[in-house]
Design a binder for this molecule. Structure first.
Ligand SMILES: NC(=O)c1ccc[n+]([C@@H]2O[C@H](COP(=O)([O-])OP(=O)(O)OC[C@H]3O[C@@H](n4cnc5c(N)ncnc54)[C@H](O)[C@@H]3O)[C@@H](O)[C@H]2O)c1
Length: 311
């Protein structure tokens, strides 16, 4: 089982690292545009093989897509961060150009691959990948909900003062500070609703902390986070390659589900060997439905900035 990761930066290399030490795939190819960078990251990871005990083969390539041939899954993390003075439209224009070219290149060598989009703004880049490549919608998955949900469970576990692995919870909607929707009503601790243990005020704080989870880390680190993003991508790739059928919140193309069409946005999905096996229809209450519609409106307005790239 072969995975290609385009963009050997912080998130891409961390993802390769987690995939290899957990033995999720037999082969990982890291590809980057920066001369020698992916080769260096791959070599560094491979030099862990004997100490952490893995057998995955990790290699690097500077823009040679032939090395990515016959990948089962391709992860796209390539892009640039927003720079001072750059408008959102400019950032979307630049990253959209990169993501579109990368998707077309990888598909030339791996026409049947499942594509996992990570580059931001992720929901818009997922939509772009779907529209630009025309491949079936089950094979285009945006990763954001897995990360936001793990941050939600982290903040819940802190408020509960209990281990994260005993906590269940999901974040749906857009992958952005103001668009994500932590579903506190459905979150649970060892089978009981978290509202049995936490006050409304505590739950609101957990949701608010989750929504600014990425920005909090950017403030502390001076750049966006990579350990949890890289591990979240690996978790998703594991469910695909090993046909685990996990339910994971992913950005997927909706055609009427959750009252939305012609948009990629985070909803719970069963993830297996065919990519998106099924969109799970959880019953939202009226307040959650309003939030979801607002979130979709915001994502749709970003998608409008793709016009020049999609002509
Ligand atoms: N969806 C999520 O949950 C999530 C989480 C964290 C980061 N991100 C996004 O993921 C992306 C990567 O983040 P990062 O921290 O790894 O950034 P980074 O700058 O460390 O890595 C990006 C890499 O992409 C490479 N690159 C740029 N253009 C390329 C091209 N045309 N072909 C191949 N490689 C190219 C760069 O050389 C760089 O090494 C960003 O867009 C970031 O906003 C998304």
């Amino acid at each position: 089982m072969k995975v290609t990761i385009v963009g050997a930066g912080n998130v891409g290399a961390t993802c390769a690292d987690v995939i290899s030490y957990r033995g999720i795939a037999s082969e990982v190819v890291l590809l980057d545009i920066k001369e020698g960078f992916a080769e260096g990251k791959a070599m560094d990871i491979m030099q862990c093989a004997t100490t952490t005990g893995f057998n995955t083969r990790v290699s690097g390539s500077t823009n040679d897509y032939s090395k990515t041939a016959n990948s089962d899954v391709v992860v796209i993390t390539s892009g640039i961060p927003r720079k001072p003075g750059m408008t959102r439209e400019e950032l979307i224009g630049i990253n959209a150009g990169i993501v579109k070219a990368v998707a077309e290149n990888v598909l030339q060598h791996s026409p049947n691959a499942i594509i996992v989009v990570v580059s931001n703004p992720m929901d818009t880049m997922t939509y772009l990948t779907l529209k630009a490549t025309g491949i079936p919608k089950n094979r285009i998955i945006g990763m954001g909900g897995a990360l936001d949900s793990s941050r939600f469970k982290y903040y819940l576990s802190k408020a509960l003062d209990k281990p994260s692995n005993d906590v269940q919870g999901m974040v749906i909607g857009g992958h952005g500070d103001t668009t994500m929707i932590p579903l506190t009503r459905l979150a649970s601790y060892n089978g009981s609703p978290v509202s049995d243990f936490l006050s409304q005020e505590q739950l609101e704080k957990v949701a608010a902390d989750t929504m600014v989870g990425g920005a909090t880390l950017t403030g502390l680190l001076g750049t966006s986070a990579w350990y949890a993003p890289g591990a979240s991508v690996a978790y998703l790739v594991d469910s695909i390659l090993n046909d685990q059928k996990k339910i994971i919140a992913c950005s997927v193309y909706l055609e009427g589900e959750y009252g939305q069409s012609d948009i990629c946005i985070g909803v719970p999905c069963i993830i297996g060997k065919n990519g998106i096996e099924k969109i799970v229809d959880i019953k939202l209450n009226d307040a959650e439905k309003v939030l979801f519609t607002k979130s979709a409106d915001a994502v749709r307005s970003m998608n409008a900035d793709l016009k020049s790239v999609l002509v």
